[in-house]
Every structure is written in C-alpha cells, then in structure tokens.
Design a protein around this ligand. Sequence first.
Ligand SMILES: NC(=O)c1ccc[n+]([C@@H]2O[C@H](COP(=O)([O-])OP(=O)(O)OC[C@H]3O[C@@H](n4cnc5c(N)ncnc54)[C@H](O)[C@@H]3O)[C@@H](O)[C@H]2O)c1
Length: 285
Amino acid sequence: MSTQRPENVPAIEDWSRLLDGKVAVVTGGGEGIGGAIARLFAQHGAALEIAEIDPERAGRVVSDVEAAGGTARAHVLDVREAADVGRLAAAVLETHGGIDVLVNNVGDYRPLAPFRSSTPETWDAMYRINFHHVLLVTHAFLEPMIERGGGSIVNLHSVEGMRGYPAEPVYGAMKAAVAQFTTCLAVAHGRHGIRVNGIGTDLCQTPQVDYISGWEEHEDLWTSWAPVGRLGWPEEQARVALFLASDLSSYVTGHNVPVDGGTRAGGGWFWSPAARRFVNRPTEL
Ligand SMILES: NC(=O)c1ccc[n+]([C@@H]2O[C@H](COP(=O)([O-])OP(=O)(O)OC[C@H]3O[C@@H](n4cnc5c(N)ncnc54)[C@H](O)[C@@H]3O)[C@@H](O)[C@H]2O)c1
C-alpha cells in the first residue's frame, strides 16, 4: 500500500556524517561555491571527485580536504569538452564502481554581452559554459546512478534563471534551461531512486562575483540591496547543497531553491533607509 511506511525510508544514523561512504562528483570544485561544497561534503564523509579546470585550485582543495582528514581526488579538465568528461566518468567508475551524488556547479556570466551587441558566437559560449556541460556530465553519470539504485543530482544555476535578467538575457535563458532540465529529469527518474534539485544562487561572494572590491564605501547599501540585509557566502550555498544531496531531503525532488538572501522573493521591493519602509519606486519616500 502506498500509504504504508516503506522499509526503505532512509534512517539518518549520524547527523554529522550525512554523506558517509557516498561517492560525490563536484564540477568546478576548486574554488567559490564548488570549493565550499567540496569541503563540506568531504567533512560529511563523502569520497570526493573534483572536476576542475584550474590546477592550482584543484591542488588546494585536495590538500585542504586531506588535511581535514577527508578523501578527495582532483581531475584537471574542462567540463565543456566531451572527451574530458568521458575521462572523468571512466576514472570515477573504475575507482568506485559507481556514483551517489553529482553536483553540476560550473557556470559563468562572463563575458557579459547585452543582447543587442551579442552574436551567435557569444550565444554559443554562454550555452557551453552554463548548460551544455550539465547535459554532458549528467549523461555520463546517469546510467551508473540508475544501476546503483539511485542517487542525488544538484544543479547550481542562478536566481537569474528564475526571474527577468536584463543585463544578459542569454545567460538568464541558459540558467532557466538548467532549472527546467532539473525539474524534467527529476520526474523522469524519480522511480529509479534518483532525485534532482537545483539551487538558484544570488549575491554570493566568490572569485567570479566580487561584491566587495570597489564597493567598500557602500556597505550601508546592503540593507536596501538584499532582504536579509547582507552579502552571502559560499558556505551558505554549500549547506543547501548538502541538504539536497543527502537523505535530509529524501522526499524532495524536481525543485529549484533560490539561495539568494531573499532577492527573488523581494521582487521589485527595496528597503528605503530614508523612509524606513519598503518602497517599489525610485523615489526618496
Ligand atoms: N557567486 C554568485 O553570486 C552566483 C550568482 C548566480 C549564479 N552563480 C552560479 O554558481 C555557480 C558557481 O559560481 P561561483 O561564483 O562559485 O564561480 P567561480 O568562478 O568563483 O568558481 C567556479 C569554479 O569552477 C571552475 N571552472 C570554471 N570553468 C570550468 C570548466 N570549464 N571546467 C571545470 N572547471 C571549471 C573554476 O576554476 C572555479 O574553481 C556557477 O554556475 C555560477 O553561474 C553564482
């Protein structure tokens, strides 16, 4: 009976080791949000496989994880390249015989080109760095995940895929594609035990998106910038990724969670320090 508690409701034995014994692949796991995810997952017992284009970042995250008593291996490669992804999958599957968690984290808004001055070449580049590799890497690991009886896929996209992004509509569209792919794949493979969820990031301080340099004198703007009134940090993205990757979210699939300090929820409402209330128009109310 579908209403009877099934025997396979996952029990959480150790809340401090939520990924114990799990094999986790993190793309772009050397720095920024991916780096924070890699470090947190390793702390929670995952055997980490990091796909990273920058050898220095790759080396650093592996040393950090090992110094903290965790297990990690880095593969220096470009996830946009099918041959590189093929090598990654072969190495992971040969070593572990399978995969439990996949985090598709690589993405970039640069070079930022307003649509009027964009070209077919810039559209293609946006596609390759934000969406194509999500398909490549997911495709490479989906079958092994099915064979293992299940797993969790977490896709980092952006709040710009969940609202209108005027600065770079093509980037926004690619992130929306990742979010919709997340939802569709979840429905397609739920019965294989695979959960697929996404994170719509915003306002997170990383090497790619620097909200501090050049803005030091405008610290006070944060109260009107984000509903939570402050900048966000990679560890805060990583905690949501841990929730989605682990059995904490065993009945959650097909969703895209904005981890954005409330910017999506706030829509066009801004805190006015002068009026000491929320306003929805550019005026000194
Ligand atoms: N930081 C934010 O506020 C923010 C906002 C919206 C969306 N995002 C999304 O979150 C994800 C992570 O962003 P971030 O700010 O941590 O980025 P980041 O550029 O700081 O870090 C990305 C990591 O991926 C690696 N990488 C880049 N291209 C690669 C490739 N082709 N193959 C393998 N590795 C590659 C980089 O070397 C780096 O270690 C991205 O998808 C980004 O679009 C971030």
